[in-house]
Design a protein around this ligand. Structure first.
Ligand SMILES: *[C@@H]1O[C@H](CO)[C@@H](O)[C@H](O)[C@H]1NC(C)=O
Ligand SMILES: *[C@@H]1O[C@H](CO)[C@@H](O)[C@H](O)[C@H]1NC(C)=O
Ligand SMILES: *[C@@H]1O[C@H](CO)[C@@H](O)[C@H](O)[C@H]1NC(C)=O
Ligand SMILES: *[C@@H]1O[C@H](CO)[C@@H](O)[C@H](O)[C@H]1NC(C)=O
Ligand SMILES: *[C@@H]1O[C@H](CO)[C@@H](O)[C@H](O)[C@H]1NC(C)=O
Ligand SMILES: *[C@@H]1O[C@H](CO)[C@@H](O)[C@H](O)[C@H]1NC(C)=O
Ligand SMILES: *[C@@H]1O[C@H](CO)[C@@H](O)[C@H](O)[C@H]1NC(C)=O
Ligand SMILES: *[C@@H]1O[C@H](CO)[C@@H](O)[C@H](O)[C@H]1NC(C)=O
Length: 272
């Protein structure tokens, strides 16, 4: 009888032990998943916001918290492939590009060289040297339909869809940046590739058509060359014809070492 009782208790315990353990494990897994999910998405959005604010605050006189809110509103709770260039109009209106006379530097396929020249030398400005461009340079961002979160991973690639949150920003901002150009404008193009002026580039398709001869006197090509292409290249001749004919066109071949030398010059005099 006694053994039988003990046996019953044992049987009872072993009957419930496994489901109970499973239940506890399940509850723990759910808790871990929820905590992990919250901190991961939380960290993602905090990362973008922190990066944005830190970089924005390097510029004096901007209400960075408000700029962040205006920026975020463009793409949160939206399909990342359904953010048009015009959706960024409120952001551009809130942070307009200053009219830059004789200081605008456009570029295509010369990311490193052009910023070597403009960074830390207050003579020429690329879009990445402005408050908006600097705050978003190299970042990826998107939203998701039905969520108020911002995401930095899993966002569409540049050419994955036409109207994606990152591409639309750069196209809209580049248009506004070119419209703000004035006086003598420079553009650094890459002479190590066969078509330094590529008709599908942002420079060709967005910026050139917006250089307005009522403000812009000249467009000065700085062709960084190591003997592949030179200023006689046919693609550059086509740039000349695409340009508003009242804007003076010049082209100069320079080497990367000339750029390095120039970036060390403290004054804003001519480098070539
Ligand atoms: C894209 O966004 C607009 C609002 O800007 C909306 O009217 C439209 O339905 C969206 N399209 C898709 C396919 O989600
Ligand atoms: C992208 O947005 C523009 C509006 O700016 C719209 O006219 C066009 O149809 C959109 N393209 C696609 C593929 O959704
Ligand atoms: C721009 O540069 C040209 C030529 O160097 C000069 O004549 C002109 O005054 C400059 N304009 C401004 C607004 O600085
Ligand atoms: C020009 O393009 C080539 C090939 O993409 C690249 O390796 C090189 O760094 C570029 N030159 C400049 C000055 O950016
Ligand atoms: C962006 O990336 C380039 C090269 O990939 C790097 O040189 C530059 O410092 C980066 N800029 C920022 C603001 O992170
Ligand atoms: C150039 O600017 C003038 C005056 O601001 C404006 O009337 C004209 O439409 C502009 N032209 C182009 C091609 O944007
Ligand atoms: C420019 O490049 C072309 C083709 O590579 C070459 O035939 C021509 O002599 C070059 N012109 C100059 C001025 O270097
Ligand atoms: C010059 O431009 C033409 C087309 O615009 C291109 O096909 C050619 O390869 C370019 N480069 C050289 C080195 O000739």
């Amino acid at each position: 009888m006694e053994r039988g009782e003990v046996g019953d208790v044992r049987k009872k315990r072993s009957k419930w032990a496994i489901p109970l353990v499973l239940l506890v494990v399940l509850v723990l897994l759910i808790i871990i998943a929820v905590v992990l999910g919250v901190t991961l998405t939380g960290r993602q959005s905090a990362g973008l916001k922190t990066d944005f604010l830190n970089r924005c605050q390097n510029f004096k006189g901007y209400d960075c918290e408000n700029i962040w809110k205006t920026f975020k509103q463009v793409f949160v709770n939206r399909d990342p492939c359904n953010v048009s260039e015009e959706a960024y109009d409120p952001l551009i209106a809130a942070v307009p590009f200053k009219r830059l006379c004789n200081q605008t530097m456009l570029w295509s396929k010369t990311n490193k060289a052009v910023h070597e020249l403009t960074t830390g030398r207050d003579c020429l400005q690329t879009i990445e040297d402005t408050v908006l461009g600097s705050s978003l340079n190299n970042l990826s961002w998107c939203g998701m339909k039905g969520s108020e979160e911002t995401f930095t991973t899993g966002c569409p690639e540049w050419n994955e869809c036409v109207n994606n949150s990152v591409r639309s920003f750069w196209r809209r901002a580049s248009a506004a940046f070119a419209e703000a150009a004035c006086g003598d404008v420079s553009v650094m193009l890459n002479g190590s590739i066969s078509t330094p002026f590529n008709p599908t580039s942002v420079f060709a398709s967005i910026e050139v058509p917006r250089l307005n001869s009522t403000k812009v006197k000249s467009l000065n090509i700085v062709l960084v060359t190591n003997s592949v292409s030179n200023c006689s290249n046919a693609s550059l001749q086509s740039l000349k014809t695409k340009l508003d004919q009242r804007i003076v066109y010049t082209c100069k071949e320079v080497t990367e070492s000339q750029i390095t030398d120039c970036s060390a010059k403290p004054d804003c005099g001519r480098c070539w």
